[in-house]
Design a protein around this ligand. Structure first.
Ligand code: NAP
Length: 336
């Protein structure tokens, strides 16, 4: 593969999020969109016509047919949450590299199985937390490393929006089947909060409001990273739009105002210090979906490990599962 300049992608599923990912694959300098598959006859062709109309792309009415296509190096997997682990494993066993939408799995053991299979088949697998590829987080890291806010002591991550009636199907499944806010947006809140702590989480506690199906619609919680370092997360499908995190250190704080930046949004980071400095930085817009695809393709083409490891996916999944358990039982769940 190292003499190739472009990774050849297939998309497994005609999902709504292809609106973002399909153009990202087409635009990525080191990637080529080869095929898209859906189990619904005609849906793959329809998605292609909608989001990448000028492209010569093979369409399949079966997911297996795409996995059998020897022209495809890597698969982007945007199926429903409770299908991710099974189809990631099937793709890996077909010898494909896989970029799987978040959350990669609903249980840590499933990621263990994916990791073992990926090693056996010598393929790269990454969980698709696209936001991490936006340069605004590197700028936040740079500010922390400069020492301006001192030692990181707490992170608050807040994600919410009012769910439109047309999207209520995201609450149709219970949390055990991947439905609800935790698996949909809570995974971001937990992932972004974890980004600023070096040590593993010691325990987690959470409370949640559920709808009739057993899906959570509003959840809040605290992750204990030991030694008084806490991450506070809250997310909801019935609150006004927020997608932000705030880091509080021993000498000041930094806030990232829009984690779900679209390619045209101007990213804003603000920071303040106890000695009276404050600033608001407006950064250059960036497309984190394209940057994610370019990163993954680059890793595969050049044999590098991706920025988001499967150990990171397991750590996130472990906290999600524990937070759901805490919300269901009212208990604090120890992780170590
Ligand atoms: N990274 C992000 O910013 C972001 C944003 C939103 C969602 N996501 C993630 O991406 C994944 C897909 O989310 P989504 O909201 O795009 O999912 P979605 O539109 O509900 O599609 C998920 C899968 O369900 C099937 N499907 C789609 N429409 C259907 C219909 N009308 N009837 C029956 N089946 C249908 C499709 O498989 P077939 O084509 O095989 O039928 C599709 O791959 C989820 O894991 C989600 O967590 C990521």
């Amino acid at each position: 593969m190292n003499n190739k300049t472009k990774l050849r992608w297939g998309i497994l599923g005609a999902a709504r999020i292809n609106e973002r990912l399909m153009p990202a694959i087409v635009e990525a300098s080191n990637s080529e969109l080869i095929a898209i598959a859906s189990r619904r006859p005609g849906a793959a062709a329809q998605t292609l016509a909608q989001y990448a109309p000028q492209q010569q792309v093979q369409t399949y009415d079966s997911l297996e047919a795409l996995l059998d296509d020897p022209e495809i190096d890597a698969v982007y997997l945007p199926l429903a949450n409770n299908e991710h682990a099974e189809w990631t494993l099937r793709a890996v066993e077909s010898g494909k590299h896989v970029l799987c939408e978040k959350p990669m799995a609903l249980a840590v053991a499933d990621i263990d199985a994916i990791q073992a299979a990926a090693q056996r088949h010598k393929v790269t697998v990454m969980e698709g937390f696209m936001y991490r590829f936006h340069p605004q987080h590197a700028r936040v890291r740079e500010l922390i490393n400069s020492g301006i806010i001192g030692e990181v002591r707490s992170v608050r991550s807040s994600y919410s929006f009012m769910m439109r009636p047309a999207r209520m199907y995201r609450l149709a499944e219970n949390v055990e089947n991947g439905g609800g806010a935790m698996w949909d947006i809570g995974c971001y809140a937990i992932h972004s909060a974890r980004m600023f702590f070096d040590q593993p989480a010691a325990s987690v506690t959470a409370i949640a409001k559920y709808v009739e199906s057993g899906a959570d619609i509003a959840t809040s919680g605290i992750i204990d990273f030991s030694d008084g370092k806490y991450a506070h997360f809250d997310f909801s499908f019935e609150r006004a739009r927020r997608c932000e995190y705030e880091i509080i250190g021993s000498k000041g704080g930094i806030k990232c105002h829009n984690v779900w930046c679209t390619p045209t949004d101007v990213p804003v980071i603000s920071w303040w210090t106890e000695d009276g400095q404050q600033n608001e930085e407006r950064l250059t817009p960036a497309n984190h979906f394209r940057l994610e695809i370019e990163h993954f393709s680059d890793c595969v083409l050049n044999g590098n490990a991706p920025a988001l490891s499967l150990d990171d996916a397991k750590a996130n999944c472990q906290i999600i599962v524990a937070a759901l358990q805490s919300a269901a039982t009212g208990q604090l769940i120890k992780l170590t």
